[in-house]
Design a protein around this ligand. Structure first.
Ligand code: URA
Length: 450
């Protein structure tokens, strides 16, 4: 078998065989296939696409490329939740302890933020003392003891994805549905949960800017998960506005704590309850309606919040900071950004809001950039709100005035004020499972109605 022929066959629109895909993945990880041939194949896949069989086969070959995690020693059903990435997305910090407080185990490996999107590991590390580097035994021990553990992925998990993702990043081949689906799902399959819930973000702050491609990605990932024998469901949720009001690591942990105490902004509350209810229902805890009620009860009775404290303590963090926010790192400089005119906030370029947060120091432009845990944005208003001239739009936090200047300029570009009230946009768009697509708020989205 020759890599040249595999590239040529995909370039010409043929379906690759299982053997050809395994030859490519194995050869690339071993160093026998050079970057230039792997890049050429990624571009051919980007342009020609892959069938569901090819995508499933690519995912399985990638998942087998390194170590896999065995969660079978954990009690009950093991579940995982994965977001395709957005701005202000702190749902894991809410959903993992919430679900664990209902007796369902979440043993989860998360990632770091890059570019405009945040990462759960960076958020967790904003908690003084907390470590996301736990050995495999300790990871399982924490999950067994309190029902949830969220740690960093080891270097040996899916090495094929680490190499391929870095290559795609510099060859303009990230935005391909089969390549994204296989990248995400190979890591989920290798991490070992029985049930996988995918939160596919859709809108200006997401990878998938439009509903059609978000739905296609959700369907591709659900098909891969089910084909691999894991119960897999995807929720397509709105990312045309940041989720909640806080963007930035310590700020998002604080907002997650408020959410677990029943004081979340409405979009964050409804998204977290739906994610938690879907996971609980997948794990056999009852109907979706019963699981929504269960999730709300666990927030109201304080058990979900207590569970976060337990996980933080077991991962070496200071649980007292979850109730006393003065224990978090504090920003050196802050600034209020006020509306330059009266009007309706009719659009937020949410990717630009994420870039503003990165410029403030909350994110990284390059993989090895340092993070300022105290930096970020607290939005006072979002799309759909009316503001008076001079009214507070957002408060920015950073380490210097220069960073505040950069963040303010980008945030102002990202927020559009108009004279007309924009249509309401729903937070939950669709639920995709092996049974098909259930439309939630989909029809209310203006681009779908048109
Ligand atoms: N996230 C991933 O893990 N992989 C991709 O390809 C895109 C987003």
């Amino acid at each position: 078998m020759r890599m040249y022929d595999i590239i040529a066959r995909k370039r010409d629109g043929h379906e690759l065989s299982d053997e050809e895909i395994a030859f490519f993945v194995g050869g690339y990880v071993a160093g026998d296939v050079p970057d230039y041939q792997a890049a050429a194949l990624c571009m051919a896949i980007f342009l020609r696409g892959m069938t569901a069989r090819e995508t499933g086969c690519l995912t399985a070959a990638m998942a087998r490329s390194g170590e896999t995690v065995d969660l079978s020693s954990l009690p009950g059903v093991t579940v995982d939740k994965h977001s395709t990435g957005g701005v202000g997305d702190k749902t894991t910090l809410v959903v993992a302890p919430l679900v664990a407080s209902c007796g369902v185990t979440v043993a989860k490996m998360s990632g770091r933020g890059l570019g405009h999107t945040g990462g759960t590991l960076d958020k967790l590390e904003a908690i003084p003392g907390l470590s996301v580097r736990q050995g495999p035994e300790r990871f399982l021990q924490i999950a067994r003891e309190c029902g949830c553990a969220v740690v960093g992925q080891t270097d040996d998990l899916v090495p094929a994805d680490r190499k391929l993702y870095a290559l795609r990043d510099v060859t303009a081949t990230v935005n391909s549905i089969p390549l994204i689906a296989s990248s995400v799902m190979s890591k989920k399959l290798a991490a070992g949960p029985q049930c996988i819930l995918l939160d596919v973000k859709c809108g200006s702050g997401a990878f998938m800017k439009d509903e059609g491609s978000a739905l296609e990605l959700a369907q591709a990932m659900v098909a891969i998960g089910e084909q691999a024998g894991r119960h897999t469901v995807a929720l397509v949720t709105d990312m045309s506005r940041p989720l909640g009001n806080a963007i930035g690591n310590a700020l998002e942990v604080m907002e997650a704590c408020e959410a677990l105490r029943g004081k979340a902004p409405e979009d964050l509350e409804s998204t977290c309850v739906e994610l938690a209810a879907t996971l609980l229902s997948m794990a056999g805890k009852g109907s979706l309606a019963a699981c929504r009620a269960l999730a709300r009860r666990q927030i109201a009775n304080g058990e979900a919040f207590a569970k976060l404290g337990e996980m933080v303590r077991l991962q070496g963090g200071d649980p007292a900071c979850l109730s006393d926010f003065s224990r978090f790192a504090q920003p050196a400089a802050s600034r209020e950004v006020r509306a330059s005119r009266a009007g309706w906030i009719c659009h937020m370029d949410t990717e630009r809001v994420g870039v503003a947060s990165m410029e403030l120091g909350a994110g990284r432009a390059r993989i090895d950039d340092a993070i300022d845990h105290a930096a970020g944005i607290v939005l006072a208003h979002k799309t759909g709100d009316h503001v008076r001239r001079g009214e507070l739009l957002a408060t920015l936090h950073a380490s210097s005035d220069a960073r505040l200047d950069a963040g303010e300029a980008t945030l102002r570009e990202a927020v559009s004020l108009c004279d007309e009230r924009p249509p309401d946009t729903p937070h939950l768009l669709a639920r995709v499972s092996a049974e098909g697509v259930e439309w939630l708020g989909w029809a209310a989205r203006p681009s779908v109605r048109a």
